[in-house]
Design a protein around this ligand. Structure first.
Ligand SMILES: *Cc1c(COP(=O)(O)O)cnc(C)c1O
Length: 482
Protein backbone atom coordinates (compact mmCIF):
# COMPACT_ATOMS: atom_id res chain seq x y z
CA UNK A 1 0.00 0.00 0.00
CA UNK A 2 2.67 2.50 -0.96
CA UNK A 3 0.46 5.45 -1.73
CA UNK A 4 -2.02 5.13 1.11
CA UNK A 5 -1.49 6.82 4.47
CA UNK A 6 -2.96 5.29 7.59
CA UNK A 7 -1.11 7.22 10.28
CA UNK A 8 0.88 10.38 10.63
CA UNK A 9 3.80 8.01 11.18
CA UNK A 10 3.96 6.39 7.75
CA UNK A 11 6.48 3.83 8.93
CA UNK A 12 4.12 2.15 11.35
CA UNK A 13 2.90 -1.07 9.74
CA UNK A 14 -0.76 -1.98 9.91
CA UNK A 15 -2.48 -5.36 9.65
CA UNK A 16 -5.30 -5.26 7.11
CA UNK A 17 -6.87 -8.47 8.36
CA UNK A 18 -8.17 -9.71 11.68
CA UNK A 19 -7.19 -12.78 13.67
CA UNK A 20 -9.86 -15.48 13.85
CA UNK A 21 -7.99 -18.61 14.88
CA UNK A 22 -5.06 -18.55 17.28
CA UNK A 23 -2.40 -21.00 18.30
CA UNK A 24 -0.78 -20.87 21.72
CA UNK A 25 2.98 -20.37 21.76
CA UNK A 26 5.54 -21.66 24.25
CA UNK A 27 8.25 -19.51 25.72
CA UNK A 28 10.30 -22.04 27.68
CA UNK A 29 12.98 -20.93 30.21
CA UNK A 30 16.50 -20.28 28.95
CA UNK A 31 17.83 -23.40 30.74
CA UNK A 32 15.48 -25.52 28.64
CA UNK A 33 16.45 -23.57 25.54
CA UNK A 34 20.09 -24.43 26.13
CA UNK A 35 19.24 -28.13 26.44
CA UNK A 36 17.08 -27.91 23.34
CA UNK A 37 19.98 -26.37 21.43
CA UNK A 38 22.27 -29.21 22.49
CA UNK A 39 19.71 -31.78 21.40
CA UNK A 40 19.35 -29.96 18.08
CA UNK A 41 23.10 -30.02 17.39
CA UNK A 42 23.17 -26.21 17.49
CA UNK A 43 21.28 -26.30 14.22
CA UNK A 44 17.94 -24.47 14.41
CA UNK A 45 16.48 -26.99 11.92
CA UNK A 46 16.85 -29.59 14.67
CA UNK A 47 14.68 -27.71 17.18
CA UNK A 48 11.15 -28.85 18.02
CA UNK A 49 8.44 -26.21 17.89
CA UNK A 50 7.45 -27.16 21.45
CA UNK A 51 10.67 -25.34 22.43
CA UNK A 52 10.27 -22.45 19.99
CA UNK A 53 8.54 -19.16 20.80
CA UNK A 54 8.50 -17.29 17.47
CA UNK A 55 9.28 -19.55 14.55
CA UNK A 56 11.04 -17.36 12.04
CA UNK A 57 12.98 -20.14 10.33
CA UNK A 58 11.10 -19.85 7.05
CA UNK A 59 8.12 -18.50 5.18
CA UNK A 60 7.70 -21.89 3.52
CA UNK A 61 4.41 -23.64 4.20
CA UNK A 62 3.62 -21.45 7.21
CA UNK A 63 1.87 -18.41 5.75
CA UNK A 64 -1.53 -17.83 7.34
CA UNK A 65 -4.40 -19.08 5.21
CA UNK A 66 -7.35 -16.85 4.46
CA UNK A 67 -11.00 -17.63 5.24
CA UNK A 68 -11.58 -18.01 1.49
CA UNK A 69 -8.77 -20.51 1.14
CA UNK A 70 -10.14 -22.63 3.98
CA UNK A 71 -13.63 -22.41 2.49
CA UNK A 72 -12.33 -23.56 -0.90
CA UNK A 73 -10.64 -26.56 0.72
CA UNK A 74 -14.08 -27.84 1.73
CA UNK A 75 -15.33 -28.03 -1.83
CA UNK A 76 -12.29 -29.95 -3.08
CA UNK A 77 -13.08 -32.59 -5.68
CA UNK A 78 -11.41 -35.86 -4.73
CA UNK A 79 -10.49 -37.71 -7.92
CA UNK A 80 -7.36 -39.45 -9.09
CA UNK A 81 -7.85 -38.13 -12.63
CA UNK A 82 -9.70 -35.19 -14.08
CA UNK A 83 -10.44 -33.41 -10.79
CA UNK A 84 -12.34 -30.12 -11.01
CA UNK A 85 -10.03 -28.79 -8.32
CA UNK A 86 -7.17 -29.10 -10.76
CA UNK A 87 -9.19 -27.28 -13.41
CA UNK A 88 -9.67 -24.42 -10.96
CA UNK A 89 -5.92 -24.30 -10.31
CA UNK A 90 -5.25 -24.33 -14.06
CA UNK A 91 -7.66 -21.44 -14.52
CA UNK A 92 -6.01 -19.48 -11.69
CA UNK A 93 -2.55 -20.07 -13.17
CA UNK A 94 -3.78 -18.85 -16.55
CA UNK A 95 -5.57 -15.81 -15.07
CA UNK A 96 -2.79 -14.74 -12.70
CA UNK A 97 0.43 -16.04 -14.27
CA UNK A 98 -0.76 -15.94 -17.87
CA UNK A 99 0.30 -19.51 -18.75
CA UNK A 100 -1.98 -22.10 -20.36
CA UNK A 101 -0.21 -25.38 -19.67
CA UNK A 102 0.30 -26.46 -16.07
CA UNK A 103 2.19 -29.38 -14.60
CA UNK A 104 1.46 -29.90 -10.89
CA UNK A 105 4.29 -30.91 -8.54
CA UNK A 106 4.41 -31.60 -4.81
CA UNK A 107 6.67 -28.61 -4.03
CA UNK A 108 9.18 -26.21 -5.60
CA UNK A 109 12.20 -28.50 -5.61
CA UNK A 110 10.17 -31.14 -7.45
CA UNK A 111 9.75 -28.61 -10.26
CA UNK A 112 13.52 -28.15 -10.19
CA UNK A 113 14.01 -31.89 -10.44
CA UNK A 114 11.76 -32.04 -13.52
CA UNK A 115 13.47 -29.05 -15.15
CA UNK A 116 16.97 -30.37 -14.44
CA UNK A 117 16.27 -33.84 -15.74
CA UNK A 118 14.49 -32.55 -18.85
CA UNK A 119 16.79 -29.77 -19.97
CA UNK A 120 20.23 -30.12 -18.37
CA UNK A 121 22.94 -32.53 -19.53
CA UNK A 122 26.38 -33.14 -18.01
CA UNK A 123 28.71 -30.23 -18.73
CA UNK A 124 25.92 -27.67 -19.08
CA UNK A 125 26.05 -24.35 -17.25
CA UNK A 126 22.98 -22.44 -16.13
CA UNK A 127 23.40 -18.67 -15.88
CA UNK A 128 21.22 -17.04 -13.25
CA UNK A 129 20.92 -14.04 -11.00
CA UNK A 130 21.62 -16.22 -7.95
CA UNK A 131 21.09 -19.81 -6.89
CA UNK A 132 18.70 -21.23 -4.34
CA UNK A 133 19.96 -24.23 -2.31
CA UNK A 134 17.61 -26.81 -3.86
CA UNK A 135 18.11 -25.38 -7.38
CA UNK A 136 21.86 -25.81 -7.13
CA UNK A 137 21.48 -29.33 -5.71
CA UNK A 138 19.27 -30.45 -8.59
CA UNK A 139 21.47 -28.89 -11.28
CA UNK A 140 24.65 -30.48 -9.91
CA UNK A 141 22.86 -33.80 -9.38
CA UNK A 142 22.42 -34.11 -13.18
CA UNK A 143 26.01 -33.01 -13.93
CA UNK A 144 25.45 -29.30 -14.57
CA UNK A 145 26.96 -26.24 -12.95
CA UNK A 146 25.80 -22.68 -12.42
CA UNK A 147 27.07 -19.18 -13.19
CA UNK A 148 25.86 -16.44 -10.87
CA UNK A 149 25.80 -13.12 -12.66
CA UNK A 150 24.35 -10.74 -10.10
CA UNK A 151 24.82 -7.01 -10.43
CA UNK A 152 27.94 -5.74 -8.66
CA UNK A 153 26.38 -4.28 -5.53
CA UNK A 154 24.13 -7.29 -4.91
CA UNK A 155 26.48 -8.66 -2.30
CA UNK A 156 26.96 -5.31 -0.67
CA UNK A 157 24.88 -5.95 2.37
CA UNK A 158 24.30 -2.35 3.25
CA UNK A 159 23.12 -0.66 0.09
CA UNK A 160 20.51 1.64 -1.35
CA UNK A 161 20.15 -0.27 -4.63
CA UNK A 162 16.42 -1.07 -4.79
CA UNK A 163 16.97 -4.02 -7.17
CA UNK A 164 19.87 -6.07 -5.87
CA UNK A 165 18.33 -9.16 -7.47
CA UNK A 166 19.07 -7.85 -10.98
CA UNK A 167 21.29 -9.92 -13.23
CA UNK A 168 24.22 -8.04 -14.78
CA UNK A 169 23.38 -7.89 -18.49
CA UNK A 170 26.96 -7.29 -19.65
CA UNK A 171 28.16 -10.25 -17.62
CA UNK A 172 25.34 -12.34 -19.11
CA UNK A 173 26.30 -11.48 -22.70
CA UNK A 174 29.97 -12.12 -22.02
CA UNK A 175 29.13 -15.41 -20.35
CA UNK A 176 27.04 -16.58 -23.32
CA UNK A 177 29.75 -15.58 -25.82
CA UNK A 178 32.44 -17.41 -23.83
CA UNK A 179 30.44 -20.53 -22.97
CA UNK A 180 28.56 -21.04 -26.25
CA UNK A 181 24.80 -21.52 -26.46
CA UNK A 182 25.08 -25.32 -26.84
CA UNK A 183 26.06 -25.63 -23.19
CA UNK A 184 23.38 -23.27 -21.90
CA UNK A 185 20.02 -24.98 -21.39
CA UNK A 186 18.31 -21.80 -20.19
CA UNK A 187 18.73 -18.55 -18.31
CA UNK A 188 17.24 -18.71 -14.82
CA UNK A 189 15.81 -15.69 -13.05
CA UNK A 190 14.73 -15.97 -9.43
CA UNK A 191 12.12 -13.54 -8.14
CA UNK A 192 13.03 -11.91 -4.79
CA UNK A 193 16.44 -13.61 -4.74
CA UNK A 194 16.07 -15.68 -1.59
CA UNK A 195 19.65 -16.27 -0.45
CA UNK A 196 20.88 -12.70 -0.73
CA UNK A 197 18.14 -11.35 1.50
CA UNK A 198 14.92 -11.54 -0.51
CA UNK A 199 16.04 -8.85 -2.96
CA UNK A 200 13.89 -8.20 -6.05
CA UNK A 201 14.75 -7.72 -9.72
CA UNK A 202 13.19 -4.96 -11.81
CA UNK A 203 10.99 -5.38 -14.84
CA UNK A 204 13.43 -3.40 -16.93
CA UNK A 205 16.11 -5.95 -16.02
CA UNK A 206 13.83 -8.81 -16.99
CA UNK A 207 13.12 -7.05 -20.31
CA UNK A 208 16.87 -6.93 -20.95
CA UNK A 209 17.20 -10.62 -20.10
CA UNK A 210 14.47 -11.40 -22.63
CA UNK A 211 16.21 -9.34 -25.28
CA UNK A 212 19.49 -11.21 -24.75
CA UNK A 213 17.71 -14.56 -24.68
CA UNK A 214 16.00 -13.78 -27.99
CA UNK A 215 19.25 -12.67 -29.58
CA UNK A 216 20.92 -16.00 -28.73
CA UNK A 217 17.84 -18.21 -29.04
CA UNK A 218 17.87 -19.14 -25.35
CA UNK A 219 15.01 -20.01 -23.06
CA UNK A 220 14.20 -18.01 -19.91
CA UNK A 221 13.02 -19.89 -16.82
CA UNK A 222 11.50 -17.88 -13.98
CA UNK A 223 11.52 -19.18 -10.41
CA UNK A 224 8.32 -17.51 -9.24
CA UNK A 225 8.24 -18.85 -5.67
CA UNK A 226 8.47 -15.30 -4.31
CA UNK A 227 6.92 -13.51 -7.27
CA UNK A 228 4.09 -11.78 -5.41
CA UNK A 229 6.52 -9.96 -3.14
CA UNK A 230 8.82 -9.11 -6.06
CA UNK A 231 5.83 -7.60 -7.84
CA UNK A 232 4.88 -5.63 -4.73
CA UNK A 233 8.38 -4.13 -4.54
CA UNK A 234 8.35 -3.34 -8.27
CA UNK A 235 5.17 -1.40 -7.68
CA UNK A 236 6.81 0.48 -4.82
CA UNK A 237 10.26 0.99 -6.26
CA UNK A 238 10.15 0.97 -10.07
CA UNK A 239 8.81 4.35 -11.13
CA UNK A 240 7.30 3.24 -14.44
CA UNK A 241 5.17 0.60 -12.71
CA UNK A 242 3.91 2.51 -9.68
CA UNK A 243 0.46 3.07 -11.19
CA UNK A 244 -0.03 -0.47 -12.47
CA UNK A 245 -2.00 -3.17 -10.71
CA UNK A 246 -0.37 -6.22 -9.14
CA UNK A 247 -2.02 -8.24 -11.90
CA UNK A 248 -0.36 -6.19 -14.65
CA UNK A 249 3.03 -6.47 -13.00
CA UNK A 250 2.78 -10.21 -12.38
CA UNK A 251 1.73 -10.91 -15.97
CA UNK A 252 4.45 -8.67 -17.32
CA UNK A 253 7.11 -10.62 -15.43
CA UNK A 254 5.79 -14.09 -16.25
CA UNK A 255 5.17 -13.05 -19.86
CA UNK A 256 8.90 -12.57 -20.33
CA UNK A 257 9.67 -16.18 -19.35
CA UNK A 258 9.24 -19.33 -21.42
CA UNK A 259 8.74 -21.46 -18.34
CA UNK A 260 7.56 -20.34 -14.91
CA UNK A 261 7.82 -22.62 -11.88
CA UNK A 262 6.92 -22.07 -8.27
CA UNK A 263 6.81 -23.42 -4.78
CA UNK A 264 3.20 -22.90 -3.74
CA UNK A 265 4.41 -23.24 -0.15
CA UNK A 266 5.48 -19.62 -0.58
CA UNK A 267 3.63 -18.19 -3.54
CA UNK A 268 0.07 -18.91 -2.68
CA UNK A 269 -0.65 -21.56 -0.10
CA UNK A 270 1.04 -23.94 2.27
CA UNK A 271 1.88 -26.94 0.06
CA UNK A 272 2.46 -27.86 -3.55
CA UNK A 273 3.90 -26.26 -6.62
CA UNK A 274 3.72 -26.09 -10.37
CA UNK A 275 5.47 -25.58 -13.69
CA UNK A 276 3.67 -23.62 -16.37
CA UNK A 277 4.31 -22.46 -19.92
CA UNK A 278 2.52 -21.34 -23.06
CA UNK A 279 4.79 -23.46 -25.26
CA UNK A 280 3.17 -26.80 -25.84
CA UNK A 281 6.37 -28.53 -26.97
CA UNK A 282 8.07 -27.63 -23.67
CA UNK A 283 5.07 -28.85 -21.71
CA UNK A 284 5.23 -32.16 -23.57
CA UNK A 285 8.93 -32.61 -22.90
CA UNK A 286 8.38 -32.29 -19.15
CA UNK A 287 5.05 -34.09 -18.96
CA UNK A 288 6.52 -37.61 -18.71
CA UNK A 289 8.32 -36.73 -15.48
CA UNK A 290 5.12 -35.97 -13.57
CA UNK A 291 3.63 -39.48 -13.35
CA UNK A 292 7.16 -40.78 -12.78
CA UNK A 293 8.09 -38.59 -9.80
CA UNK A 294 5.01 -36.74 -8.63
CA UNK A 295 1.67 -38.37 -9.31
CA UNK A 296 -0.97 -38.22 -12.00
CA UNK A 297 -1.15 -35.07 -14.18
CA UNK A 298 -4.15 -33.67 -12.33
CA UNK A 299 -2.68 -33.73 -8.81
CA UNK A 300 1.11 -34.09 -8.97
CA UNK A 301 1.53 -35.31 -5.42
CA UNK A 302 -0.73 -32.67 -3.88
CA UNK A 303 -4.00 -33.24 -2.08
CA UNK A 304 -7.01 -31.73 -3.83
CA UNK A 305 -7.50 -29.53 -0.76
CA UNK A 306 -4.11 -28.00 -1.27
CA UNK A 307 -4.88 -27.51 -4.95
CA UNK A 308 -8.02 -25.54 -4.07
CA UNK A 309 -6.10 -23.39 -1.58
CA UNK A 310 -3.43 -22.68 -4.22
CA UNK A 311 -6.05 -21.56 -6.73
CA UNK A 312 -7.61 -19.10 -4.27
CA UNK A 313 -4.16 -18.03 -3.02
CA UNK A 314 -3.08 -17.19 -6.56
CA UNK A 315 -6.01 -14.80 -6.96
CA UNK A 316 -5.23 -13.31 -3.55
CA UNK A 317 -1.74 -12.51 -4.81
CA UNK A 318 -3.43 -9.83 -6.92
CA UNK A 319 -4.55 -8.03 -3.75
CA UNK A 320 -1.90 -5.73 -2.39
CA UNK A 321 -3.37 -5.85 1.10
CA UNK A 322 -2.69 -9.59 1.17
CA UNK A 323 0.91 -9.18 0.08
CA UNK A 324 1.84 -5.95 1.83
CA UNK A 325 1.80 -7.07 5.46
CA UNK A 326 4.97 -9.14 5.37
CA UNK A 327 7.13 -6.64 3.39
CA UNK A 328 5.99 -3.70 5.55
CA UNK A 329 6.68 -5.61 8.79
CA UNK A 330 10.08 -6.57 7.42
CA UNK A 331 10.80 -2.94 6.58
CA UNK A 332 9.85 -1.98 10.15
CA UNK A 333 12.01 -4.76 11.62
CA UNK A 334 15.04 -3.88 9.50
CA UNK A 335 14.84 -0.12 9.90
CA UNK A 336 14.16 -0.20 13.65
CA UNK A 337 17.01 -2.66 14.27
CA UNK A 338 19.33 -0.69 12.04
CA UNK A 339 18.57 2.51 13.95
CA UNK A 340 19.84 0.69 17.07
CA UNK A 341 23.12 -0.02 15.32
CA UNK A 342 22.42 -3.67 14.51
CA UNK A 343 23.92 -4.57 11.11
CA UNK A 344 20.97 -5.45 8.88
CA UNK A 345 20.81 -6.17 5.15
CA UNK A 346 19.44 -3.09 3.38
CA UNK A 347 17.34 -2.12 1.64
CA UNK A 348 14.76 -4.29 3.41
CA UNK A 349 13.72 -7.15 1.14
CA UNK A 350 10.95 -9.70 1.37
CA UNK A 351 10.59 -13.05 3.10
CA UNK A 352 12.32 -11.84 6.25
CA UNK A 353 14.73 -9.46 7.89
CA UNK A 354 18.35 -10.45 7.47
CA UNK A 355 21.10 -9.77 10.01
CA UNK A 356 24.64 -9.42 8.71
CA UNK A 357 26.31 -12.06 10.89
CA UNK A 358 29.82 -11.36 9.62
CA UNK A 359 29.58 -7.89 11.11
CA UNK A 360 27.50 -8.89 14.14
CA UNK A 361 30.12 -11.51 15.00
CA UNK A 362 33.13 -9.71 13.54
CA UNK A 363 35.30 -11.43 16.18
CA UNK A 364 34.60 -14.84 14.56
CA UNK A 365 36.23 -16.27 11.43
CA UNK A 366 34.00 -17.47 8.64
CA UNK A 367 34.93 -21.12 9.21
CA UNK A 368 33.61 -20.76 12.75
CA UNK A 369 30.19 -20.23 11.15
CA UNK A 370 29.20 -16.79 12.43
CA UNK A 371 25.67 -17.00 10.99
CA UNK A 372 25.07 -20.43 12.50
CA UNK A 373 26.44 -19.25 15.86
CA UNK A 374 24.27 -16.13 15.75
CA UNK A 375 21.17 -18.22 14.99
CA UNK A 376 21.94 -20.41 18.00
CA UNK A 377 22.66 -17.41 20.24
CA UNK A 378 19.44 -15.62 19.29
CA UNK A 379 17.40 -18.73 19.97
CA UNK A 380 19.11 -19.08 23.35
CA UNK A 381 18.33 -15.55 24.47
CA UNK A 382 14.83 -15.27 23.00
CA UNK A 383 13.26 -18.53 21.87
CA UNK A 384 13.15 -17.01 18.38
CA UNK A 385 14.15 -19.50 15.72
CA UNK A 386 15.88 -17.97 12.70
CA UNK A 387 17.79 -19.66 9.91
CA UNK A 388 21.47 -19.68 9.08
CA UNK A 389 22.10 -18.52 5.51
CA UNK A 390 25.86 -18.65 5.21
CA UNK A 391 28.66 -21.20 5.09
CA UNK A 392 26.74 -23.89 6.97
CA UNK A 393 24.24 -23.69 4.08
CA UNK A 394 27.12 -23.90 1.56
CA UNK A 395 28.87 -27.01 0.21
CA UNK A 396 32.39 -28.45 -0.11
CA UNK A 397 34.30 -28.68 -3.40
CA UNK A 398 35.45 -32.01 -4.88
CA UNK A 399 38.62 -31.96 -2.77
CA UNK A 400 36.54 -31.54 0.36
CA UNK A 401 37.47 -27.92 0.94
CA UNK A 402 34.85 -25.68 2.39
CA UNK A 403 33.41 -23.17 -0.08
CA UNK A 404 32.94 -20.09 2.08
CA UNK A 405 29.62 -18.42 1.45
CA UNK A 406 29.51 -14.97 -0.19
CA UNK A 407 27.52 -13.69 2.76
CA UNK A 408 26.84 -14.78 6.34
CA UNK A 409 23.24 -13.99 7.19
CA UNK A 410 20.81 -14.78 9.94
CA UNK A 411 17.41 -14.79 8.32
CA UNK A 412 14.37 -13.94 10.43
CA UNK A 413 11.47 -14.95 8.24
CA UNK A 414 8.20 -13.04 8.50
CA UNK A 415 5.60 -15.34 6.96
CA UNK A 416 2.48 -13.69 5.63
CA UNK A 417 -0.01 -12.49 8.25
CA UNK A 418 1.42 -14.68 11.03
CA UNK A 419 3.10 -12.32 13.52
CA UNK A 420 1.85 -9.23 15.30
CA UNK A 421 3.76 -5.99 15.63
CA UNK A 422 4.45 -6.57 19.34
CA UNK A 423 6.07 -9.90 18.47
CA UNK A 424 8.29 -8.10 15.96
CA UNK A 425 9.17 -5.59 18.69
CA UNK A 426 10.11 -8.47 21.01
CA UNK A 427 12.50 -9.78 18.35
CA UNK A 428 14.10 -6.36 18.00
CA UNK A 429 14.42 -6.04 21.78
CA UNK A 430 16.24 -9.37 22.23
CA UNK A 431 18.35 -8.76 19.15
CA UNK A 432 19.45 -5.50 20.72
CA UNK A 433 20.40 -7.28 23.96
CA UNK A 434 22.39 -9.80 21.97
CA UNK A 435 24.10 -7.02 20.03
CA UNK A 436 25.20 -5.46 23.32
CA UNK A 437 26.56 -8.84 24.42
CA UNK A 438 27.82 -10.03 21.05
CA UNK A 439 31.38 -10.66 22.20
CA UNK A 440 30.05 -13.61 24.23
CA UNK A 441 29.03 -15.44 21.03
CA UNK A 442 31.59 -18.07 20.05
CA UNK A 443 32.07 -20.36 17.07
CA UNK A 444 30.66 -23.72 16.01
CA UNK A 445 32.20 -26.87 14.52
CA UNK A 446 30.73 -29.93 12.79
CA UNK A 447 29.94 -33.10 14.66
CA UNK A 448 27.96 -34.69 11.83
CA UNK A 449 28.13 -33.32 8.31
CA UNK A 450 25.93 -34.91 5.59
CA UNK A 451 27.10 -34.75 1.96
CA UNK A 452 23.99 -33.17 0.44
CA UNK A 453 22.10 -30.15 1.87
CA UNK A 454 24.09 -30.47 5.09
CA UNK A 455 22.37 -27.51 6.74
CA UNK A 456 19.14 -29.46 7.11
CA UNK A 457 20.35 -32.49 9.05
CA UNK A 458 23.85 -31.53 10.15
CA UNK A 459 24.87 -31.36 13.80
CA UNK A 460 27.38 -28.96 15.32
CA UNK A 461 28.81 -28.09 18.72
CA UNK A 462 30.20 -24.90 20.25
CA UNK A 463 33.98 -24.49 20.10
CA UNK A 464 34.00 -23.41 23.77
CA UNK A 465 31.44 -23.17 26.58
CA UNK A 466 30.22 -19.79 25.27
CA UNK A 467 26.51 -20.76 25.34
CA UNK A 468 26.77 -21.15 29.15
CA UNK A 469 28.41 -17.78 29.54
CA UNK A 470 25.74 -16.18 27.40
CA UNK A 471 23.05 -17.83 29.56
CA UNK A 472 24.71 -16.57 32.75
CA UNK A 473 24.77 -13.02 31.40
CA UNK A 474 21.12 -13.34 30.42
CA UNK A 475 20.19 -14.46 33.96
CA UNK A 476 22.12 -11.53 35.39
CA UNK A 477 20.29 -9.02 33.19
CA UNK A 478 16.81 -10.58 33.06
CA UNK A 479 16.59 -12.17 36.53
CA UNK A 480 14.00 -14.93 36.67
CA UNK A 481 12.09 -13.88 33.59
CA UNK A 482 11.93 -16.05 30.51
C1 LIG B 1 11.63 -22.41 -1.38
C2 LIG B 1 12.16 -22.15 -2.71
C3 LIG B 1 12.32 -23.20 -3.61
C4 LIG B 1 12.02 -24.66 -3.25
O1 LIG B 1 10.69 -24.83 -2.95
P1 LIG B 1 10.18 -26.00 -1.94
O2 LIG B 1 8.70 -25.92 -2.02
O3 LIG B 1 10.72 -25.68 -0.58
O4 LIG B 1 10.71 -27.29 -2.45
C5 LIG B 1 12.81 -22.89 -4.86
N1 LIG B 1 13.13 -21.62 -5.20
C6 LIG B 1 12.98 -20.60 -4.35
C7 LIG B 1 13.34 -19.22 -4.77
C8 LIG B 1 12.50 -20.82 -3.07
O5 LIG B 1 12.38 -19.79 -2.22
Amino acid sequence: MPNVKFYKNEDLPLELHKVRIVQKLNLVPIERRLDALKEAGYNTFGLRTADVFLDMITDSGVNAMSDNQLAAMMRADDAYAGSQSFERMQKAVEDVLGKKYLLPVHQGRAAENVLARTFIKPGDVVPMNYHFTTTLAHITEVGGTIAELLCDDALELSSTNPFKGNIDIDKLVRFIEETGVERIPFIRMEASTNLIGGQPFSISNMLDVRRVADKYGLMVVLDASLLGENAFLVKQREKEWGENSMGDILKMMTGLADIVYFSARKLSSSRGGGICTNRHELYQKMEVMIPLFEGFLTYGGMSVREIEAIAVGLYETLDETMISQSPTFIKYLVETAEAKGIPMVTPPGVLGGHVNAMEFCSHLRQNQYPAGALAAALYLCSGVRGMERGTVSSVRDEQGNEILSDVELLRLAVPRRVFTLSQINYVIDRLEWLWDNRKLIGGLQWVYEPRVLRFFMGKLEPTSDWPHRLMEKFRKDFGDSL
